[in-house]
Structure formats: C-alpha cells, structure tokens
Design a protein around this ligand. Structure first.
Ligand code: ADP
Ligand code: MG
Length: 751
C-alpha cells in the first residue's frame, strides 16, 4: 500500500493504535505523524554500566527495571515508590543495580514494572550504601532495543526519543513512523523551500530531512534536519506575515490629513506639559500615516506612564478633525471606563455632549460602550456611533459585536494588544468600507524577535523615554520565611512614608470573601496582561496550596489593628466594588485623604497618584514579571523616589522567587520582558495571542532562534516584494495555508 500525507493513520497502524494516537497525541493523518518530531536523541546501544556512574553529577542512563514497591510515608502524607534497576538483565543486586526513589510517584509505580527498559535522568547519590536517583525523569523504551542483533544493526545510530504518553511510548511512535516512512513516497512531498534558500543555508531537501529527523544515521543528520525544519517554519510564518502586510498596504483607507485650526491644534495649545521627543516623533509618524491613502498598521510600545494615551488621543483628534470617527478598545470594562473618563478629563472643554453645544463650537462627542451598561445607555452610544455624532467611541469587545455600526470609522486604537487576536482586529476593521487605520498600544515591552513573530504584521514604534519628573524606583524582595520580623518592618516603613507626607499602595492578589467575591480579582486587570498574553502560563511553579494568597479584605482588617499604622486612614479598592464606591476610594487616595490604599491590581493601570512613594506587593510571587513591573511603575511618579517591596512567603530557592529576583534586579522593561519569556513555556506565545488556539510552533523557539527568525524575515520580505501573490512559490503558499489553519485541514480531512 502507498500512503500520502492525507492517509489516515488507521490504515497504517490499525484502528486501535490510530485511536490512541488521535486521542493522546492529536495525530490523525500520516502528515501529522510525519511532522511529529523526536524531542531528543540518545546514543543507542547497551545499557549504561551502573558501576561507572559518577557521583553527584547529572547522568542519563539506560537501564532495566528489576523490581518495584510502594509504601506510605510514616511521618508525612504521601507515598514512596522504590524502583530497582539494573544494567544486566537478571541481575538483582550488587554494583550493577541502582535504586530509584519517587515521592508520590503514582505514575512511576504504574509504569516502571519488572522488565521495562527506560532512560533515566537524574543526579546520583549514595543512600545507605547504595547508589540512588531521587525523582529521576524517565522515558520508556522498547525492550527490543536490547536485542543484540538489533543493537548490531543499528549500532552508532542515534536513538530518537519522541514526546510520549504512558500508553503511547516513544518506541511505539518510532515504529509507526518506521511503517510510515516505508510506505510514503518521500520524493513526492512538496518542497516549500525555494532552492536558492536551501543552497544559501545548506539545508537538506524535504524528503531527506524527514528521514534524517526520524531515522538519523548520525547526530549531524538530525541536527541538519532540525535546522532545515526550523528555518522552514520561520520562513513560512514570516512570509505569511510579510504577505499580510503587503496586502494591507494596498487596501484603500480613509486619508485623514492633519487640518490646521481644528481640535488637535486646540488640544496641543492647552496641553499642560511638553511632549517628549519620542512622543513628538511617533506623533509625526502617525500624522503622516493617517494622511496616506493606505491603512496604518502600527504597534506602539511604551511602559506605563510613557505617554502612549496622549499620542493615541492626538491621532484620534486628527481623524475627528477630518470628519471621521475613532474607536478605542480596552481589554476590560474597568479599563474602558477609565479610558473614557480620563480622555474626557484630558480633553476638558473640547468635549461636547450631544448637540447642545451648537455646531459651530469646536468639540468632540466621546461615548462609552460596554456590555454592562443599561439598555438605554447602550442604545444612546450605539446611535451616536452609527449616526457619526460621536467622534470617539471607547469600549470593550462589545465594539466587535455585529450590531455596532459606525458612520465613518477612520481609526481603531487597541489598548493592551494581548486580548485582541488577528481575527478580532479584522472583525473591527470590517466595520467600515475603507480599512480603518490601526494603532495597537502595549505597555508590555516585547522583545524584538517576539514582535517579529507574534506581531509581525504590524510596524512597530517604541516610546523609550519617560516624561520628566519620574524618579528611579528601588525594588527589594522581602522573604518572610527567612526574616519573619520584616513583616512588622513593612508597616513601619509605610508609617514613615505617611509621616513624611507621602502615600502607600498595598497590593494583594485577591479580593477576599468579605467583599462579595471569593478568590480572584476576576475581571480586574489582574488577568489582562500575564494570563491573557501568555495563555495563562505565567507562573512557573505554583505556591503550596496551604498558602492562601493575601486578600484585600483580610489585609484591610489586619491593618486596622496594626500598631505601626495607628491613626493612619486605610482605603480599599478592587474591581467588585460599586462604581461610586470605587471612584470615592480613588478620589480619597488621590487627594491624600487616605494614606494607605489596599487594592488588587486595579492600581496597575487605574490610578495615577504622583504623591505615592511606596508600593508593597503581598504574595508578589503570585504575579507575573510584566505585572510586577507595571505595578511598581505606579510609584515615584511625582519627583519623589519610589520604593517597591516584593513580599513573599515562599521558601528561599522556590522557583517562583526567581521572578521576584529578576524584577528587583532590573528596571529595564525590555530586559525583563526577555527574562519573562525565559520563565514561560514559549510555545504558548503564538497560540495565545494570535487566535487563542494552541501553538503550532514545532521546532522554532522565539527566544533561542532569534537569528533564524531575523534571516527568515529578510528572505520573506524579498520573496514577497518580488512575488506578492506567491505565484512563483506555490509550495510555499500551500505550506502557509497548512501552517496557519491546521484546524481547517483536519476539518477537511474529516469531512
Ligand atoms: P501610558 O498610556 O503610556 O501609560 P499616559 O499617556 O496615560 O501613559 O500618560 C501617563 C501620565 O503622564 C498622564 O497623566 C499624562 O497626562 C502624563 N504625561 C503624558 N505625556 C507627558 C509629558 N510629555 N510630560 C509630562 N506628563 C506627561
Ligand atoms: Mg495607558
């Protein structure tokens, strides 16, 4: 039988095997399996001589299980599984055996039974006179690997190790791949890489590469194959993005040249400060792009407080001056409402409500549109947007819904990109005949290669310089495990700030039960950055479950009887308070009535109090790097030096404390963003932000492969400049189709 990429796996490995492959690995077709690459490779051959293992070093060895037993622990909860392995089948004792200890190793107890051969990795120690590994990681292997004949035949060939599950071990996958390679006409596989590019980087052709990655004859072979597939991935993605940009650049859009004597001029004349050089440069660039007949498509990066909103507002006014409308999308209702009121406040006398002001007056109507508004409010806003009466419409995802109409939408500004995928941007763009200009703002500094990958269809600008009058912030990690007495000291520090006429934020991870909501800050900004940006995988290692995170309501109660804060007014702020209670709390803190504000991460973006100098973040290990960095940006804004205390109850050495150390060690947002990436599962970057589905990145790693991505981007630009519709690159074009829409592919094949 001959197979091609669309052949279903049941025809190759039988219905039962195919079901397992589908359920456990998500592999349905021959093409899926062909693209399922080994995770690593091992030297093939005999079992590793155990007596020669070095002590106190990380080792990887091949061994066979002799016996296994589990028991409950006497002094603690949980169980211990002890597995004895040997390098000589049949040998059960002596220097050729090694003892493996697993704490709560339920899976190990099930899998590592007598006779099983596996690869183990761990650090060798001696316990009661016997060599042992504690909680080693392992991969199950095919017992046939030990067959002397096979060993001879395959000697010297690296052994591929596939990402496997308990019931579909690595060797089962290898066998299925072997069957597949025997029946597939590799020469018929489409070659997505142009020959010139293969030559330039010395990449093997596709047919060879598949064999080299699955059944390598040498380490050099799989390395060359990986290099090829990595580059292919980068090129496919970058070509897709380059094409997208080129196509967008051709669309007609509404040119909105700057007009003298309009709202923008009036706004500039009334600005209480001077624009920074960066704001001016970006502003000029936006002004030019808005005036062009093709859509602007730009990402604006800048830390919190770098003045992005002012830049965006000026762009909106240019469009409104020309008779168009601008929409501002925020990721949450809270943020949308805040933007709405801060834009109105910033515009001051330039805001016109309804038609009362008379047509001849210079002004713009600004409306808010969110899901939680009353039907009446919503209707008014919808009408104002559809009639063109509203020049600026601020809202959440609600703006994306089908029944929202604009009279003449010229510019879409998206704040905090991460919740808005490519499709959502398209949905909004579809709301007008001409393609609106698009400005995406993000306060999360994005490393260059990530920007090239995730936001590769946007041009980028950066506001690096903060407005004058910002002071550096000193950040310290406060570990309460090693220094319990520091807890008292924190509140004394707070007292000192208040006595000096300054103010203090205390940020908690949760709201607390007494506040009408249990647990999380929910729709607050808490989830807007880390979780949404990165698919919710921000935390490297969870805190122990018995450590309940600090809650706003508990801390407010605790501080009421804290001697150091005797006589200090403590305020409270979180997303579940009624709107008027919330604004009262913000006002009281802003005008200095309350000295200490206990809050969730709403303060991350919501409140701007230049007099605040100390930020205490409780259980700081619950937050991601981006969030911590943003939070501390709230202090030291008024010319007084700011301090941020990252308080944690985790043991020293807990992985999550590395994030705190990173934030304490650097105030450079870009450096932190890079660190942040290193702590995350990279595969989620693409998936989460582009469409919410799982990443399709296979070998490419955004961080590690920055160079590959850069080269591929250059090649992609050349290809697209030369052949915009990829007419002369049909195989690359279809690789793009496959890559960008795996769901559709699966769907078609099921249909
Ligand atoms: P971002 O949106 O980047 O977080 P904003 O535009 O909200 O920043 O600006 C933060 C604060 O700084 C606002 O109060 C704004 O009025 C003020 N601001 C913006 N630009 C300047 C400037 N050039 N000089 C002084 N203050 C500025
Ligand atoms: Mg902002």
């Amino acid at each position: 039988m001959r197979a091609d990429r669309s052949t279903r796996l049941d025809r190759l490995i039988g219905a039962r095997g195919a079901k397992k492959f589908a359920d456990q690995l998500g592999l349905v077709t021959a093409g899926d399996l062909l693209g399922y690459f080994p995770r690593r490779y091992m030297a093939r051959g005999e079992l590793t001589p155990i007596r020669e293992l070095p002590l106190d070093e990380d080792v990887t060895l091949l061994a066979q299980v002799v016996s296994s037993s589990s028991r409950r622990m006497a002094t603690r909860k949980g169980s211990i599984t002890e597995v004895l392995v040997s390098d000589r089948p049949g040998q059960t004792d002596g220097p050729s055996t090694l003892s493996l200890t697993f704490f709560n190793g339920y899976k190990a107890a099930k899998q590592l039974t007598h006779g099983v051969v596996a690869m183990f990795s761990g650090r060798v120690s001696v316990y009661r006179g016997r060599l042992q590994l504690t909680n080693p990681i392992y991969d199950l292997l095919d017992p046939e690997e030990l067959d002397p004949e096979a060993t001879l035949r395959l000697a010297g060939r690296p052994l591929p190790v596939y990402p496997a599950t308990a019931s579909v071990p690595s060797w089962t996958i290898a066998k299925a791949v072997g069957t597949l390679l025997g029946q597939l006409d590799l020469a018929s596989l489409p070659e997505a890489l142009p020959a010139s590019i293969r030559e330039k980087y010395r990449l093997p052709p596709v047919a060879d590469a598949y064999r080299m990655i699955h059944e390598p004859e040498s380490d050099a072979a799989w390395r060359a194959a990986q290099k090829r597939f990595r580059f292919e991935e980068a090129l496919v993605l970058q070509t897709a993005l380059a094409r997208r940009r080129a196509q967008h650049a051709l669309l007609p859009s509404r040119p909105s040249p700057a007009r003298r004597g309009g709202l923008l001029d009036a706004f500039d004349a009334g600005l209480p400060f001077e624009l920074t050089a960066g704001q001016r440069d970006v502003g000029d660039l936006l002004a030019r792009e808005l005036a062009a007949g093709h859509p602007m498509n730009r990402l604006l990066q800048g830390e919190v407080g770098s003045g992005k909103t002012v830049v965006a507002l000026r762009a909106m006014l240019q469009v409104v001056d020309d008779g168009g409308q601008a929409a501002l999308l925020a990721p949450t209702e809270v943020l949308a409402a805040q933007h709405y009121s801060s834009i109105r406040a910033t515009l001051g006398p330039l805001v016109r409500d309804g038609l009362l002001g008379g047509k001849e007056d210079l002004g713009v109507e600004v409306v808010l549109l969110t899901g939680s508004q009353s039907a009446g409010e919503k209707k008014r806003s919808l009408l104002a947007a559809a009639s063109g009466q509203a020049g600026i419409v601020v809202g959440t995802h609600a703006l994306l819904s089908e029944h929202v109409q604009f009279a003449d939408l010229g510019l879409v500004v998206v704040d905090e990109q991460h919740r808005f995928g490519v499709e959502q941007r398209d949905a909004l763009r579809a709301k007008s005949l001409a393609t609106p200009h698009l400005l995406v703002m993000t306060a999360t500094p994005i490393p260059r290669t990530v920007a090239m990958t995730v936001f590769g269809d946007l041009e980028t600008s950066v506001l690096r310089e903060l407005p004058k009058g910002r002071s550096p912030i000193a950040t310290h990690t406060v570990g309460l495990v090693e220094n319990p007495s520091w807890e008292r000291r924190i509140w004394q520090r707070a007292r000192e700030e208040v006595d000096a006429g300054r103010q203090v934020y205390v940020v908690c991870p949760t709201i607390g039960a007494g506040a009408g909501g249990e647990g999380d800050a929910g729709d607050d900004v808490i989830d807007a950055l880390d979780a949404a940006t990165w698919g919710g995988t921000a935390l490297a290692a969870p805190a122990p479950p018995e450590l309940q995170p600090a809650s706003v309501s508990d801390v407010v109660e605790q501080l009421a009887s804290e001697p150091a804060l005797d006589g200090v007014k403590v305020g409270m702020l979180h997303g579940r308070l009624d709107t008027d209670v919330k604004s009262a709390a913000m006002r009281a803190f802003a005008n200095g009535e309350t000295g200490v504000l206990v809050a969730t991460t709403v303060v991350e973006v919501g409140v701007d109090v230049p007099n605040a100098t100390l930020m205490v973040i409780l259980d700081a290990d619950r937050f991601g790097i981006a969030q911590l960095h943003q939070l501390r940006g709230r202090v030291g804004r008024g010319g007084h030096a700011g301090t941020c205390l990252l308080v944690t109850r985790l043991e020293p050495g807990h992985p999550s404390r590395e994030r705190l150390a990173a934030v304490a060690a650097s105030t450079d947002g870009f450096e932190l963003a890079q660190k942040d990436l290193e702590f995350r599962r990279e595969g989620d970057i693409l998936g989460a932000s582009q469409s919410g589905r799982r990443s399709t990145l296979r070998l490419l790693r955004v961080l590690r492969d920055g160079d590959v991505i850069s080269s591929a981007r250059e090649d992609a630009l050349e290809i697209v400049a030369d052949d915009p519709d990829l007419e002369r690159h049909p195989k690359l074009a279809s690789a793009i189709e496959d890559y960008l829409d795996p769901e559709r592919e699966v769907f078609l094949e099921r249909g």
